[in-house]
Design a protein around this ligand. Structure first.
Ligand code: PLP
Length: 464
């Protein structure tokens, strides 16, 4: 399988090259040249596969430059860290199927992709005798998933900046209690935006970036999307086995358009009609909902909500969908992204019909989130985290009688215990891992939010 840039400025790449490049060198995003189709017979033959077996079947259709035995080994190690044998178990509550994606080490769905990406990086670096220094800024959740993805891995050091005393105690502990020698937590005296700006500027210094093999681990890496396609197919197989229907719907709480884009790819791969509708659910940061409902893709200021991992305006994976919407026309895609960079807005109302065939969308208010957590607990005795609640509320709005609805549960409620206990009146049950973390010693370097200081620290501690 060859990989191409949405902006057409990169010659075809292998899967390995695409993973190591991350962001395409022409500023675009990388995508496979074609999306492989899965026929009904093949799908039926996958019915009884375990999660890792299914992962291998799907991934091997996109990867032809890693030997099967190595790929199987990477996959098996990546999912051995999950606390559920099913990896992504489905639970049936009322009219909804809840797909629990939070059984990985940091209790959020990003583990599913980042556990895999960490092992994949380690394998590829060993094969090519490379080294990698991962640098990222986090407002809380992505940082811990990235750290758990690469902790203890050979040939990789990871530097994660978080705003000192401006992340929750639990988030801070999740990151700083990882004391493997290759993990460097840096608390900067500043905001998340300061951290992100420092990282951006350091990446912009090409000599520094290349000299120290700096790499990113954010959701623009194709391997992350690929790992997320699997649980869509997995849950289709499990729900269709129990219900005679051959068609179902998904609702996805969305921020950077990564998770829902994986659903879009799954929809293209599976026999027509298997996935009938993808509902995109946003919190008060509703740029993507406005885009689907009226073609208005325009930036607004970021609103702080109870679902912080979705407090995003410009969605980093949006360009991938735009490329398909433009019928793979890289010139048009490039022009539109340049226009968006200039004006912070795009009018795509001419494409309304197609967009609405691909997605349904709705935005959920803070009051609705709290009420959904409260009502769902009253009616089903099941505690939703605020991100999952955004999806569940949207699913209740768009559920069609007779068509199964799967809601993606993206975080464990214990990660957001304050919001949850306020809504339900009880503290969500914590997990062994989380209570242990609160008792564990942390290690973290507190530093000024200054480019030069951070640069020097990286130069001193980078793997060379
Ligand atoms: C990252 C995240 C999301 C949003 O996922 P995207 O791929 O950015 O759309 C939703 N919920 C949780 C808990 C997350 O960590």
């Amino acid at each position: 399988m060859q990989y191409l840039s949405t902006r057409g400025g990169v010659s075809p790449l292998s899967f390995t090259q695409a993973v190591m490049m991350g962001l395409a060198e022409d500023g675009g995003l990388l995508l496979p040249r074609t999306i492989p189709r899965i026929g009904c017979e093949t799908l039926t033959s996958w019915q009884d596969l375990s999660y890792p077996e299914l992962t291998f079947e799907i991934m091997s259709r996109f990867i032809d430059d890693i030997p099967s035995s190595s790929l199987k080994d990477i996959i098996s190690r990546s999912y051995s860290t999950f606390d559920s044998e099913e990896i992504t178990p489905l639970v049936h509550k009322g009219e909804l199927h809840i797909l629990e994606l939070f059984h990985g080490p940091t209790l959020a769905f990003k583990d599913i992709a980042l556990q895999f990406l960490g092992n994949l990086f380690e394998y590829l670096l060993k094969k090519n005798d490379g080294k990698l220094n991962i640098l990222g800024a986090t407002s809380g959740d992505t940082g811990s998933a990235a750290i758990y993805g690469v902790k203890g891995k050979e040939r990789i050091h990871v530097f994660i900046l978080h705003p000192h005393q401006r992340v929750s105690k639990m988030q801070e502990k999740q990151m700083t209690t990882v004391t493997d020698a290759n993990v460097f937590n840096i608390a900067i005296r500043g905001s998340f935006d300061d951290g992100q700006a420092i990282v951006k500027r350091l990446f912009g210094d090409i000599e520094f970036k290349n000299g120290y093999n700096l790499g990113a681990i954010n959701s623009i890496n194709w391997a992350r999307i690929l790992a997320q396609v699997v649980y869509y197919v997995y849950s289709c197989l499990h729900v269709i086995k129990h219900e005679k229907d051959s068609s179902l719907d998904f609702t996805i709480p969305t921020g950077n358009f990564g998770d829902i884009f994986a659903g879009y790819i799954a929809k293209k791969m599976l026999p027509a009609g298997t996935i009938r509708q993808l509902t995109l659910a946003t919190n008060s940061n509703d740029i993507l909902t406005r885009f689907v409902n009226s073609g208005d893709y325009s930036l607004d200021s970021v609103k702080i909500t109870s679902s912080p991992s979705m407090d995003i305006q410009a969605a980093s994976n949006f360009e991938r969908y735009l490329y398909y919407l433009m019928d793979k026309d890289t010139t048009k895609t490039t022009e539109l992204m340049a226009e968006f960079a200039r004006n912070g807005a795009l009018d795509l109302s001419d494409y309304q019909e197609q967009i609405r065939r691909d997605f349904t969308a709705t935005s959920i208010s803070e009051e609705e989130i709290a009420a959904t957590i409260s009502n769902f607990f009253k009616n089903h005795g099941y505690i939703l985290d605020p991100h999952t609640a955004v999806g569940v509320k949207a699913a209740e709005k768009y559920k069609t009688a007779g068509v199964p609805m799967i809601c993606l549960a993206t975080a464990h409620p214990a990660k957001f215990s304050e919001v949850v206990s306020e809504a339900t009146g009880t503290l969500p049950p914590t997990t062994d891992a989380l209570s242990e973390i609160l008792e564990t010693k942390s290690r973290c370097k507190i530093m000024a939010a200054k480019d030069e200081d951070i640069r020097e620290y990286i130069m001193e501690h980078a793997i060379k």
